[in-house]
Design a protein around this ligand. Structure first.
Ligand code: BES
Ligand code: MN
Ligand code: ZN
Length: 462
């Protein structure tokens, strides 16, 4: 049985019931219309079809061809991914792919464009389903799409239903599905076990702070640690955020959601790694016992940190989790976090900035991101700014006093902890698509996760 016959609910299996669509790039419009009957060509023109990305026109009278789908400049399958919701419901098959399109990436793009967040509202229609194109690795397309769906679902779920205990449940569900072993340290036990900064940030919330961990895979394989910021809601703490800055802060667990989606891909693909996932899960809330600006916290690593602003909470919880990860001496440690507004100011919502001192990681992830349409861009760990993070009365300040380079200084803060790993990379992600684009519905999004997965597949081959 060929791989493309596997029955899934994300992709249709080849059947008599699938209708046929043809992908038409801008450049091929005239030639493609000429291949049609005069009436179909006239209908397509009259409908305004011009090959724009994801644009659809039905062809009622054309034998063997039911629709045209715009493929835009045809540079990437993502351009046409909007087709999943533009084509009528039912199963569809493409009668070929534009030159250079990878069948697996085409299936992934289509599936990502078909995503709907259904927990609180029944969508008006179901997405179209694609028959996996010839040559598609259906299992791979399925695992990548499932991972992204998980990330999006977790981010889209409002904080009221996605508090640290809910995030723990989600992590447990994933871990148990793959036979990973889970351990969670909750509430005051964080103090006993020496995670003072996770406790300090999360102690004001009713839903107790916790460090969620799981380990998976053969212990003889190289160790890979993934750390994800799990701030389930970021009010800003006492240095409270203004209303417009707080509105989207259910997404402040986007790093952990991305790490969980990525972990699901890694485990499903059975990459030969010993995976260690760490999620410091907290709500940055306000209460009489909240931590304060000016407080000095002692980190797990032993460094003391003066709190410059309680809204710089992510780096604090990450630091303790990163220190824990380093205690197992990983080959590679990657952290992902919705860490700074400055990253969004620099890059906007599409491109994820990342940091590493390892050239091979920078090159590998950048190349993968370009190839599979998950763009990332390296920013510098500019050592001269390290001194900006000095505090006169503690080992370092959480914010420094500079107003510049907020994403870089946050990364430099994390490097004080992450440099204990053999190799370390940090992604300052946005986790959100503000307005829908092809393949990227409005709302929670996995940024950099597919690029990192692709890099890891190349680096850790079985
Ligand atoms: N979660 C925010 C960062 C954020 C804001 C990400 C908006 C994406 C969109 C983070 O905890 C934060 O508040 N960072 C502060 C740090 C500052 C107080 C040094 C920021 O970026 O303003
Ligand atoms: Mn904050
Ligand atoms: Zn935050």
């Amino acid at each position: 049985m060929s791989e493309r016959r596997i029955m899934t609910d994300l992709f249709a299996s080849p059947s008599d019931f699938a209708r046929t669509a043809r992908l038409v790039p801008f450049a091929d419009l005239d030639a493609e219309l000429e291949r049609l009957s005069d009436s179909s060509a006239a209908h397509a023109r009259a409908s305004g079809f011009e090959g724009a990305p994801g644009q659809v026109v039905m062809l009622p009278g054309e034998a063997g061809l039911d629709a045209l789908v715009g493929a835009g400049t045809a540079q990437s399958p993502f351009e046409a991914a909007g087709a999943a919701l533009a084509l009528p419901e039912g199963d569809w098959s493409y009668d070929g792919l534009p030159k250079g399109w990878d069948a697996t990436q085409t299936a992934i793009a289509f599936a990502l464009g078909a995503y709907q967040f259904t927990r609180y509202k029944t969508p008006k229609r179901a997405p179209a389903r694609l028959v996996a194109p010839q040559g598609c690795d259906v299992a791979e397309a399925e695992r990548v799409a499932r991972g992204v769906y998980l990330t999006r679902d977790l981010i889209n779920t409002p904080a009221g239903d996605m508090l640290p205990s809910d995030l723990e449940a989600a992590a447990r569900e994933l871990a148990e599905a793959h036979g990973a072993s889970v351990s969670v340290i909750t509430g005051d036990e964080l103090l006993e076990q020496n995670y003072p900064m996770i406790h300090a940030v999360g102690r004001a919330a009713d839903d107790a702070p916790r460090l969620i961990e799981f380990e998976w895979g053969d212990e003889r394989h190289p160790r890979l640690a993934l750390v994800g910021k799990g701030v389930c809601f970021d009010s800003g703490g006492l240095d409270i955020k203004p209303a417009d800055g707080m509105l989207l802060m259910k997404k402040d667990m986007g790093g952990s959601a991305t790490v969980l989606g990525l972990a699901s891909m890694i485990m499903d693909a059975k990459l030969p790694v010993r995976l260690h996932v760490l999620i410091p899960a907290v709500e940055n809330a306000i209460s009489g016992n909240a931590f304060r600006p000016g407080d000095i916290l002692k980190s797990r690593k032993g460094l003391t940190v003066e709190v410059g602003n309680t809204d710089a909470e992510g780096r604090l919880v990450l630091a303790d989790a990163i220190t824990k990860a380093c205690e197992s001496d990983p080959e590679l440690l990657i952290d992902m976090a919705t860490l700074t507004g400055a990253a969004r100011v620099a890059m906007g919502p599409d491109v994820a900035p990342f940091y590493t001192d390892v050239e091979a990681i920078a090159d590998g992830v950048f190349e993968a991101g370009g190839r599979i349409d998950d763009p990332v861009w390296r920013l510098p760990l500019w050592s001269r700014y390290d001194e900006w993070m000095d505090s006169p009365i503690a080992d370092l300040s959480s914010t420094g006093n500079g107003k510049f380079a907020g994403s870089i200084t946050a990364a430099l803060f994390l490097r004080r902890f992450g440099s204990d790993a053999k190799e370390w990379a940090h992604f300052d992600i946005f986790g959100w698509t503000p307005s829908a684009r092809p393949g990227r519905p409005q709302g929670g999004e996995m940024l950099a996760g597919r690029a990192v997965f692709d890099y890891l597949k190349t680096r850790f081959k079985s």
